[in-house]
Design a protein around this ligand. Sequence first.
Ligand SMILES: [Zn+2]
Ligand SMILES: [Zn+2]
Length: 395
Amino acid sequence: MIKVSELSFLEEEVVDNYKFLHTIPELGFQEYKTAEFIEKQLKSYGVDELHTGVNNTTGIICSITGATPGKTVLLRADMDALPLRESTDVDFRSQRDGFMHACGHDGHVAMLLGAVKFLAENREIIKGRVKFVFQPAEEGPHPGGAHFMAESGLLDDVDAAFGLHLNTCSPTGSVGIPRRECTASTDSFSMKVIGKGGHGAAPYLAVDPIVLTSNIISSYQSIISREIDPRSTAVLSFGTIQGGDGASNIIPNEVFLNGTLRTFDDEVKRFIVKRMEEVAQSLASAHRGRVEFKVIEGYFPTINDERMALLVRDALLPLLGEENVDLADLANTGGEDFGRYLQDSPGAFYWLGCRNEEKGCTYMMHNPNMKIDLDALILGTQCHVNVALKFLMEE
Ligand SMILES: [Zn+2]
Ligand SMILES: [Zn+2]
């Protein structure tokens, strides 16, 4: 067990790395400066295998092999930022106007770099191998960075995968480990509802796509409330509805719609998609219109392996204390592409608290005022190190 006190020599460096990364936010698949910085640090720490530009992206994968042979464990950080103008008062604010690390991925990189440095200097305690993934584009665009890392062939020998995400909703020093479901699948859909335009005063001579659209929208809510087992989770929300050009007396030719569908179960997802298409087509024919319906596949749900969730708890309990480690049903209908790694090997994803009311670190992720408590960073390094060592030590 590696205590925080044993990592304290690293804390300043982890925090400095974080502050620097916070000044250079870059969007998904464009993390050039970020990747350059990570590569420079990894070279100075001395890793065994270093792959940059993984699968023609900005992704980086490296490994550290221990003194004795054993299993291979993956630790992952994402490195992209958001198109958002920062409003915080920190002295290491974003130097790129209109971009901000508002999801804590700069913290994820800094924490994982800390783990690399510690393990590179302490190979004798590693039984097996640790692979470190610095992936691009967790926030998108689809199919996201995890897909390219997983498809690179560099992770085929991984026995288990672990990742964490900072969480401004829980206090620093606490960890939330979802027993199974973490984040939902994030498919989106789009639809063109086609009628026949005409004069608003004579709808019988037209085919009104607006009335048809309103029927589709309300019928979709019944798919969720009347056709899905209430013990399953499903969310269906519309994000865009566009039709007409502003005139009050013109029935438009067509209406465009899109939205998002969130579930934790592939079967539930397939059923809803099938019913969405059937309902749209049958309403369209009832209203003499047509519908073009398209589903855009998003991220897999992130579903923890229960044994791996227990392993994370066992690794962190002695360090953080019983009252600070919560292994529970913590499903969240947000999205996260860590689920892609869990398609190939068991593993777990967990939430690391970084909320501190006294320091004003209370805003949610994706908010321009979002700040993390810097004291959480070295705890994240400690979590990574202990989870990886615990997995490698287990038979
Ligand atoms: Zn995010
Ligand atoms: Zn995130």
